[in-house]
Design a protein around this ligand. Sequence first.
Ligand code: PGA
Length: 236
Amino acid sequence: MKLLIANWKLNPPTAKGALDLAMSAAKAAGARSAKRKVILCPPFVYISEISRALGKKSKVGLGSQDIFWEDRGPFTGQISGPMLKSLGAKYAIIGHSEQRALGESDGQISAKIKAALHSGITPILCVGYGTESHMAEEDVLMHIKGQVEEDLQGADPSKIIVAYEPVWAIGTGKPATPEHAERVAMFMRIKFKIKKALYGGSANASNAGAFLGKEIDGLLVGGASLDKNDFIKMIS
Ligand code: PGA
């Protein structure tokens, strides 16, 4: 089953709103018409409550939007793998371009990937930062290769989900073409033997079918995952 990963970013503003979004996605994901495996990645502060509301038997997976590389200690403001695991999170988005833009380095991303794996959390690595819409596809592939190599640093690729998110397509309403996204996904799968190769960047209910009809293992969805109706349509 193909993956639909919801990246809520810094939304919604209240716990009530978060719970409401989560339960609506869970209902659609549990329906017989559901065609996708759903993973929700809310802000850290909502994970506990959503986890409890979903319950242990839920078909919906839960993830975080980041993870710290140490398990414990004097690291103010950080959240560790064991903490996330204890709340029921099984996935962590790592290396999102919005984090990279705030200064996150490939070295830090690589440490976070290792920490996630060591805690039994599946990393959802985002690559594509630094790409431009006019770049030749060959150059994009070389860029992605460099990022994946630096971020994995020996981590087992068969345990990692990688999402190609061209930075120019994120939140702009201008997605990459499904054909381009498919070629990048295939490149990542063949070259690195990664577990699953996803696409992200302005994916929504009207274009999801075109992407998921290709050799792409799923979508990382930002804006459209905050719209209940749009996201339900994507699930079914
Ligand atoms: P978008 O965001 O779907 O709003 O473009 C995707 C992402 O940043 O993961």
